[in-house]
Design a protein around this ligand. Structure first.
Ligand code: E4P
Length: 215
């Protein structure tokens, strides 16, 4: 399973990259706004650290606007992926961009039919938002299972990025479902490392090691 980091914060990205657990990054306008710096500057900095896909999103609504933004964003780094909204205009743009060799990530997916349409259009990635579905009283993970099943049935190659992850159980469930990628907030990634029994075990082994070292 690939781990993407769902953040635009360079310090969080550097810390995770040092540990070798960042296969890519996803950003969105909300995450960029938190950094209080121009998007171009932030993305270029991320691209110095991460060689995997970096998703970048604009606010274009028409196909023409999305294509124009994509042209600009893809100049920033060779691994930039264009986030495209799951709309008719967005899907038109996906077909054109993918034909040109510019990778797309169809975002704000909330149903398997939307994922089917994005997959048929040839999107490199699709991003179903499971946390927002959970927040809305639906089981987000059911959507992941449905999409994986549908893609398997028809040999659709779009990579599924499990997005809007809120806690480590989401990552575990996504892995059990066989999703290829989870995009994980830094805080959630951090909480996946530890276990109190690991800490207690290390403490005990260290103490016992010290005892035998004196013999
Ligand atoms: C994914 O690409 C999005 O950036 C992100 O996962 C959205 O998550 P949120 O629902 O926590 O905003």
């Amino acid at each position: 399973m690939k781990f993407f980091l769902d953040t635009a914060n360079i310090e969080e990205i550097k810390r995770a990259a040092e540990l070798g657990v960042v296969d890519g990054v996803t950003t969105n306008p909300t995450l960029i706004a938190k950094e209080k710096r121009p998007q171009k500057e932030v993305i270029k900095e991320i691209a110095k650290v991460v060689k995997g896909p970096i998703s970048v999103e604009g606010n274009g609504c028409t196909c023409e606007e999305i294509l124009k933004e994509a042209e600009e964003f893809s100049k920033w780094a060779p691994n930039v992926v264009i986030k495209v909204p799951m709309t008719k205009e967005g899907i038109k743009a996906v077909r054109i961009l993918e034909k040109k060799g510019i990778r797309t990530n169809v975002t704000l997916i909330f149903s398997a039919n939307q994922a089917l349409i994005a997959g048929k259009a040839g999107a490199s990635f699709v991003s179903p938002f499971i946390g927002r579905l959970d927040d809305n009283g639906q089981v987000g993970m059911d959507l992941i299972r449905d999409i994986l099943q549908v893609y398997k049935n028809y040999g659709i190659n779009s990579e599924v990025i499990v997005a809007s992850i809120r806690h480590p159980i989401h990552v575990l469930e996504a892995a059990k479902a066989g999703a290829g990628i989870a995009t994980i907030p830094a805080k959630v990634l951090e909480s996946m490392w530890g276990h109190p029994l690991t800490d207690a075990g290390i403490k005990r082994f260290c103490e016992d090691f010290a005892k035998t070292a004196k013999l």
